[in-house]
Design a binder for this molecule. Structure first.
Ligand SMILES: [Zn+2]
Length: 451
């Protein structure tokens, strides 16, 4: 029997385990259901900032926002905290929670430890991500998706996780593990590794369905070669147009959209023509790609953090990887500026994947992507919108939560700072400058520590 037709042990287990009971020492049991935040400056995520503003939260949702002077009488006795600057919780739309402890470790290192150990290691990453001000992530492959129920019920501290589970790759593609026997790779994929390899339209359709079965909120496909895969080139086109379209169509039947990893121009065009929602990396995109992206409302996720950081520390990478990252980054800088100039819709993602603090792609310093966005030509308010209001759109209309904006009816995911990021965007890149983090209306970080 093909190993991929086995029932996923993990999938079955998730269905059989009763829900974890909420801890009696929950972070916020003592908090009132209705509470407010007053801010000298409120940055809404989209639209003009508001001075001397107030925001009221009812349970998990923003129920009122406006000038403090207009606060309705029914809210005037609601307990409020005061902060200098209030804005929506940030989004990172391209992360990987894998439990990898070195940026130079190959994909094969994932097989050297159990999924349970990787899950334990990434609990620190999830916490660091939330405390850096990132209340939501789109995980484009990793273990985060499968442990997100434990985040949702409060067992683990972390952001909302909207995961693709695995990067769907063709044999010898970016998401294959080229230095292992293919049987080993397929067996590991069928037993919990967050990777997926398939070929031909029926197999591609089946693999999309397997991702949905494992909890995918979006689908990720590898439409070109990549930097960290061993034997392919970032300019190789991967999957046929028929295979790409079949995966987009199958995802759409389950109300999911597709994110396409692609560097080379041909792969970018093939992915857009197949109907994907987001182009990840997009290093070689040019005017022709941009025209098509604007026509089809495709979102660009440039991932400058991994490219610039990887280029800076290329000497720590294997020589073939270093060569590839230097090449794609040179093109990506041009592509990013061009996309901004032509008004392509952009959402920010870091491609962070390392669980060892201190590396260029370690979790918990996601805000540097906002700094790169401004460096590439965005205004600070454009960069903030790309990291807040636009981000949920990367999940498509059916899966996008009401998040990323300080508006009535939206999720009460918020952060506060002492400094104004519109004047110094760099403050968002420093986790210590994020003084408060609320997720679903609950305070997770404050100057007094965790409440
Ligand atoms: Zn990635």
């Amino acid at each position: 029997m093909d190993s991929r037709t086995h029932n996923s042990f993990q999938g079955l287990a998730i269905g059989m385990i009763p829900p974890i009971q909420q801890s009696k020492v929950s972070l916020t049991d003592s908090k009132p259901k209705l509470h407010g935040i007053k801010a000298n400056l409120l940055i809404p995520g989209r639209g003009e900032p508001l001075k001397n503003a107030c925001l009221i939260i009812h349970e998990k949702v923003i129920t009122w926002v406006g000038p403090t002077s207009s606060l309705p009488p029914k809210y005037q006795s609601v307990p409020c905290v005061s902060v200098p600057v209030l804005m929506p919780g940030l989004w990172d739309v391209h992360t990987h929670f894998l439990g990898i402890l070195s940026p130079a470790a190959g994909f094969d290192s994932l097989l050297s430890r159990s999924a349970a150990l990787a899950g334990a290691i990434i609990t620190r990453d999830l916490r660091n991500t939330l405390f850096a001000g990132f209340t939501s992530v789109r995980e484009l492959a990793g273990y985060g998706g499968e442990i997100s129920p434990a985040v949702d019920d409060g067992t683990i501290v972390g952001p909302h996780i909207y995961s693709a589970i695995a990067p769907i790759s063709m044999t010898a593609g970016h998401g294959d593990i080229h230095n292992l026997p293919i049987g080993t790779v397929l067996d590991a994929c069928a037993h919990g590794l967050p990777f997926a390899v398939c070929d031909g339209v029926p197999d591609c359709i089946k693999t999309v369905r397997l991702m949905i079965r494992r909890g995918a909120k979006c689908i990720k496909v590898c439409a070109t070669g990549g930097v960290f895969s061993l034997l392919d080139s970032p300019t190789d086109t991967q999957f046929s147009p028929e295979e790409l379209k079949a995966m987009v169509d199958e995802a759409a039947r389950a109300k999911r959209v597709v994110a396409a990893h692609c560097h080379g121009k041909e792969g970018i065009l093939a992915a857009i023509n197949a109907g994907v929602k987001t182009i990840e990396h997009g290093s070689y995109l040019d005017e022709e790609c941009i025209k098509l992206m604007l026509e089809k409302d495709v979102i660009y996720c440039p991932t400058a953090s991994v490219q610039e950081g990887g280029s800076r520390e290329a000497d720590k990478l294997p020589p073939s990887t270093a060569k590839k990252i230097l090449e794609v980054t040179a093109h990506a800088r041009y592509a990013y500026r061009l996309a901004i100039k032509h008004g392509v819709k952009i959402a920010l993602g870091t491609d962070q994947a390392s669980s060892m603090p201190g590396y260029f792609n370690s979790h918990g310093v996601n805000g540097k992507e906002i700094w790169y966005a401004v460096k590439a030509g965005m205004t600070p308010s454009q960069a903030i919108e790309a990291c807040t209001a636009i981000s949920p759109e990367t999940l498509g209309v059916h899966m996008a939560p009401k998040s990323g904006q300080l508006r009535v009816g939206f999720d009460a995911d918020l952060i506060a700072l002492d400094d104004n990021p519109l004047e110094d965007i760099g403050v968002l890149a420093e986790p210590d400058k994020i003084t408060h983090v609320w997720k679903d209306g609950k305070l997770f970080k404050s100057p007094k520590g965790v409440e």
